[in-house]
Ligand binder design. Structure first.
Ligand SMILES: [Mn+2]
Length: 339
C-alpha cells in the first residue's frame, strides 16, 4: 500500500483556510521571524514573500536581527529586506505575518512595536505554544518538521505556483530544521515535500554546499576551542560544551556559525541530553538544549524561562557562565535521573 504523505492534515488545512482571507486582504505585508534567524525562519520568509508577490502583494521582511550572510541567496528574486530600518518598517504595512515563533518575546527589539500593532499579526509556526502568542489567528502544528513545511501547505491551499526560487527557500527550511534530514522531525511528509522541491528545481548538492560546506575557517577554529570544554556525565547521559565570551569576535564568525555546535556533545555515545553554554559576555548565557529519545528538552528550558521543541530548546539566562552552568546542569541531572 502506498500512503499519500503529501495530503495536508485536516486541522492544518482548516487553520490555513481560516487565515487565508486575512492574509490576502492586505496589499502591503511585512514578514518577521525570531532573533538570529535560522534557515527555517529565513527560508519560510523568502518562500512566503515570493508566494505573496505572485498575488501582487508588496512584501517586505522586517527582522529583529540582520539577515544572515549565509542565507543571502534567499533574497534573490526581488525579496526585500527592511530589517535595518527596525520597527519603523512596520508602520505603513497593513498586516504582519510572524513566522517560526510561538512567543512574541522571540521578536527581540521588535516585540513592543508588534504588541502595539492595530491589526494583530498572523502566525505560522511549528513550536510548542509560548506564553504570549504574537497574534490570535494562527497556523500552528508541532508535527510539521519546519515552518517551511507549513508555507508549502499555504501555497497548495492557495493554489500558488512553486517556482524554483520558492522551492529553494522551502528546501532550505526543511534541510536546516531537520539537521540535514537526520533529526526525529524528519517525517515521511517532510521528505515528501522535499521531494516535491527537488522536482520543482532544487539542486541538493548545491544546497549541501551552501548550508554545510561553506563555513569560514574561523568556525572550525572556534569549534576546536569549544571541543576542549566538553564534559560528560555518563551516569545520567549528560554532555556539555561551552563557547566562551568573545569567541565570535576572535574568529570573526557570526552567531549563525554556531548552528550545529550542540551536535558535538549530542553525538557522544550514551548522551541523552546535550547542553551548549554560550557566554554572551554581558552577564547573560545562551543555553541550547538538545535531547535524544524521550528526554523533554523543552521542559528543562522552560524552568529557565525558555522553550522551543521537545528535542531542541533554548533559554537566555542571566548570570556568570559558571553559575548558570551549575544551575542548569543540576536541573538537567534531576530530570535525567527521573526520566
Ligand atoms: Mn523552525
Amino acid at each position: 500500500m502506498v500512503v499519500d504523505t503529501l495530503q495536508i492534515p485536516a486541522a492544518r488545512r482548516a487553520a490555513i483556510e481560516a487565515l487565508a482571507p486575512e492574509l490576502l486582504a492586505a496589499k502591503r505585508i511585512a514578514l518577521s521571524t525570531h532573533i538570529n534567524a535560522d534557515g527555517d525562519g529565513c527560508g519560510s520568509e523568502s518562500a512566503l514573500a515570493q508566494l505573496l508577490m505572485q498575488k501582487g502583494v508588496d512584501v517586505r521582511i522586517v527582522n529583529p536581527t540582520p539577515w544572515p550572510e549565509m542565507f543571502r541567496y534567499l533574497l534573490d528574486g526581488g525579496v526585500k529586506d527592511h530589517s535595518p530600518k527596525g520597527a519603523a518598517a512596520l508602520r505603513d504595512v497593513e498586516r504582519l505575518v510572524v513566522l517560526d515563533i510561538s512567543d512574541v518575546g522571540r521578536l527581540g527589539n521588535l516585540a513592543d512595536a508588534v504588541r502595539a500593532l492595530p491589526n494583530k499579526p498572523l502566525v505560522i509556526d511549528h513550536h510548542l505554544p509560548g506564553r504570549e502568542p504574537p497574534g490570535p489567528l494562527m497556523v500552528t502544528d508541532t508535527t510539521a518538521c519546519a515552518t517551511g513545511e507549513l508555507i508549502y501547505d499555504v501555497a497548495v491551499v492557495l493554489g500558488l505556483e512553486i517556482t524554483p526560487g520558492i522551492a529553494t527557500a522551502i528546501y532550505t527550511a526543511l534541510l536546516t530544521d531537520t539537521g540535514g534530514f537526520r533529526f526525529s522531525n524528519t517525517s515521511s511528509r517532510c521528505l515528501a515535500v522535499a521531494s516535491q522541491m527537488i522536482a520543482a528545481g532544487v539542486d541538493p548538492e548545491m544546497m549541501y554546499r551552501r548550508i554545510y560546506a561553506s563555513v569560514p575557517v574561523g568556525r572550525l577554529k572556534l569549534v576546536s576551542d569549544a571541543l576542549r570544554t566538553i564534559e560528560v556525565d555518563a551516569a545520567v547521559g549528560l554532555a556539555t560544551i561551552d563557547v566562551e565570551a568573545g569567541a565570535l569576535e576572535r574568529y570573526d564568525v557570526s552567531a549563525e556559525d554556531l548552528d550545529g555546535v550542540a551536535e558535538y556533545p549530542r553525538s557522544i555515545v550514551g548522551t541523552r541530553l546535550a547542553l551548549l553554554f554560550r557566554d554572551l559576555g554581558h552577564g547573560k548565557v545562551k543555553v541550547s538544549f538538545r535531547s535524544i529519545g524521550d528526554v523533554d528538552a523543552n521542559a528543562i528550558a522552560k524552568q529557565f524561562g525558555g522553550g522551543g521543541h521537545a528535542k531542541a530548546s533554548g533559554a537566555l539566562i542571566e548570570g556568570a557562565l559558571a553559575d548558570v552552568k551549575a544551575k542548569v546542569t543540576a536541573a538537567a541531572r534531576a530530570v535525567l535521573a527521573n526520566a
